[in-house]
Design a protein around this ligand. Structure first.
Ligand SMILES: Cc1cc2nc3c(=O)[nH]c(=O)nc-3n(C[C@H](O)[C@H](O)[C@H](O)COP(=O)(O)OP(=O)(O)OC[C@H]3O[C@@H](n4cnc5c(N)ncnc54)[C@H](O)[C@@H]3O)c2cc1C
Length: 394
């Protein structure tokens, strides 16, 4: 079978579906292919987002994929001192949702379909070759081979994008920038406040943090991400150790296990070229500090989809036109990521004692109207030498 399209989106995660929605909404003939038989499953995600993300991406909240509303964050220091950011002590700029990604991801793809995109599941892009005016992509669909001629590829195929690499872009992430994550979805979780997310920091989780993200009255995603450069033990070892010691999950049982890499090194420079743009995890759109990537994957998809449609309308798919995608994402996301990377690098140098001191200092501070700059000042107060690393970021 041979198919011709203007824009081929490879991968129907949040980045790919939003890219397809925007490209087709703006007039480009768009096809998304997804290798899995069910979009969104299995999830590799703790499923947390900031509420305003939905407005920002023009997505109407729907209770079919909002598992839980979140109104606070608890940070637990290595010595168990806990600081709580919620509406009682903190002018929260925003609250959050824990999603049901299996439903949310499908909803995004359905939205792309309603805006004119075509979708093929169980279709895996294998080979890509440059041809006059674009790419010829060879994909496998069950036992059939499909040839897709496209003017533009949007590579949305997740971390370590093979598609971008096959197009000659350098998209591999070094081991020290790839958090190794493991997570259990658990039932019978018993946290005091199931409307808060809980984060444990310190040597309980080298190079990362442990999260408990509630999805229901007694259901939660409990997981962690570690950096291999900080330990020779596995992520699963640290998660299982935590489960043995945490009263929140002592009676809980696992109903799903997820594992995967989270690229936290920041945006890749090589995220566009002639006839191709790379979006989402494939291009490093993951917050280097928190590891969150849903919002920024979707934002990158939005910009890539719009720029693709514009290029199609102009009849020019060269790198000089697609550079607009690079510029928009650099301005909107890259600058923040640069700052977050610096904060992360500093936090990674701290031992448990220093983290205890920071949490102690935060717990003594007035948190009303606190923002990132004020938090950085509190950190500098508890660890004055950090001024050299963090001072410029305030
Ligand atoms: C354990 C863990 C917890 C996380 N928790 C959070 C969180 O709480 N909040 C948050 O914001 N982020 C979180 N993230 C990050 C978030 O999951 C990702 O940033 C987000 O899913 C990226 O979306 P994406 O569309 O770029 O990629 P993906 O969601 O990975 O989608 C890529 C899609 O491409 C498909 N694909 C790949 N290759 C091909 C091919 N050759 N042909 C066709 N299809 C292909 C895949 O099957 C997949 O469906 C977490 C990550 C991990 C690992």
């Amino acid at each position: 079978m041979e198919i011709k399209t203007d824009v081929l989106v490879i991968g129907a995660g949040p980045a790919g579906s939003i890219a397809a929605r925007e490209a087709s909404k703006n007039g480009a003939k768009t096809l998304i292919i997804e290798k899995k038989s069910e979009i969104g499953a299995p999830k590799r995600c703790a499923e947390g987002i900031i509420k305003s993300t939905l407005d920002e991406l023009d997505i109407k909240p729907d209770k079919r994929w909002i598992a839980r509303q979140i109104d606070g964050i608890e940070i637990v220091a290595p010595n168990n001192k806990t600081v709580i950011f919620d509406k009682n002590n903190f002018d929260l700029p925003d609250t959050g949702y824990v999603l049901e990604r299996k439903v949310f991801d499908k909803h995004l793809t359905m939205d792309a379909i309603r805006n004119g995109a075509k979708v093929m599941i169980k279709t895996q892009a294998d080979a890509i070759n440059r041809v006059n005016g674009g790419f010829l992509v060879t994909a496998k669909r069950l036992h059939d081979e499909i040839r897709i001629l496209t003017k533009i590829i949007i590579a949305a195929d997740g971390p370590q994008s093979l598609i971008a690499r096959k197009a000659g872009l350098k998209t591999s992430t070094s081991l020290e920038d790839m958090a190794s994550c493991v997570q259990y979805e658990m039932a019978n979780v018993d946290m005091e406040n199931m409307n808060h997310v809980k984060i444990h920091i310190g040597t309980v989780c080298p190079g990362g943090y442990i999260w408990i993200f509630p999805k229901g009255e007694d259901i939660a995603n409990v997981g962690l991400g570690i950096l291999k450069s900080h330990t020779d033990k596995t992520a699963k070892y640290f998660l299982d150790t935590f489960l043995k010691n945490s009263s929140d999950v002592s009676g809980a049982q696992v109903v799903e296990m997820n594992a995967g890499g989270d690229p936290i090194g920041g945006l890749l420079d090589e995220r566009y070229s002639d006839n191709i743009m790379v979006v989402g995890d494939a291009a490093g759109f993951v917050d280097p500090l928190t590891g969150d990537g849903i919002r920024t994957a979707m934002l990158s998809g939005k910009y890539a989809g719009k720029v693709a449609a514009k290029a199609i309308a102009m009849g020019n798919y060269s790198k000089s036109v697609l550079k607009e995608y690079y510029d928009l994402t650099e301005e909107e996301i890259g600058k923040d990521f640069h700052k977050f990377n610096k904060i992360k690098e500093f936090l990674l140098t701290l031992d448990d004692n220093s983290l205890n001191n920071i949490v102690e200092e935060i717990s003594k501070s007035d948190l009303t109207n606190v923002n990132v700059a004020k938090l950085l000042k509190i950190i500098i107060k508890s660890s004055p030498k950090s001024i050299f690393k963090l001072g410029k970021l305030i």
